[in-house]
Design a protein around this ligand. Structure first.
Ligand SMILES: [Fe+2]
Ligand SMILES: [Fe+2]
Length: 208
């Protein structure tokens, strides 16, 4: 049985098998991307229909944006920011290949806020052109897609290529510090429920 070292609320069990930790980190991030890509596909579908003249389901779009934001904030962007920072500080050869990941994360939230504002404006003013809202939504969607593809094509492979055991442990330690396991458990379940709701919502619409 593996021993467990406890330091405050941080579980250091992962120190005993860093290779598993490395693959689990990347796997966790990739799994989150897969779900976010699926939700973005529904987002794309909704705005294509809207562009063709159908009503926009504002509640569904709000749920999609809520899902994307909470997924990003749930250990995801922070882990990628830590990976980016460690790559830049310890492996300068990687810098030229990397985009500014933390800045892109900030931009995604900014674009999301801009889209929420545009949705609110359209809801209160029927005269606003559809194409304007569609273009704001498209900018957000494209930024999300480009960002995740870049991470999968560049950030994750670079981290796998350069990071040592100590680097992965440092990323884990930084992301784990100050975490409340009970809060994380509840937030993970809520995010999962939200994704299921969006999938069911979409299925119901398709078959109604
Ligand atoms: Fe990211
Ligand atoms: Fe990501």
């Amino acid at each position: 049985m593996n021993p467990i070292w406890a330091f405050g609320k941080v579980d250091f069990t992962f120190l005993f098998d860093w290779e598993v930790t490395m693959h689990k980190s990347i796997k966790h991030l990739l799994e989150a991307h897969t779900k976010m890509f699926a939700v973005l596909a529904e987002f794309n579908h909704q705005f294509r229909e809207f562009r063709l003249g159908k009503d926009l389901d504002h509640a569904l779009i709000e749920s999609i944006l809520d899902y994307l934001n909470r997924s990003a904030q749930f250990n995801h962007h922070q882990a990628e920011d830590e990976m980016h920072q460690l790559l830049c500080s310890r492996y300068p050869v990687a810098i030229s290949k990397l985009s500014d990941i933390p800045l892109e994360h900030e931009r995604l939230f900014f674009l999301c806020d801009a889209l929420k504002e545009a949705l609110s404006d359209v809801a209160s003013d029927a005269e606003l052109p559809r194409m304007w809202l569609v273009s704001v939504a498209k900018e957000y969607e494209n930024a999300q897609l480009r960002h995740m593809h870049m991470e999968e094509d560049v950030l994750f492979p670079l981290a796998e290529q350069y990071f040592t055991k100590e680097d992965w442990i440092e990323v884990h330690t930084r992301v784990s510090l100050g975490k409340n396991k009970e809060f994380d458990r509840i937030e993970a379940a809520d995010i999962e429920d939200l994704q299921q709701d969006i999938a069911t919502w979409s299925d119901d619409k398709i078959h109604s």
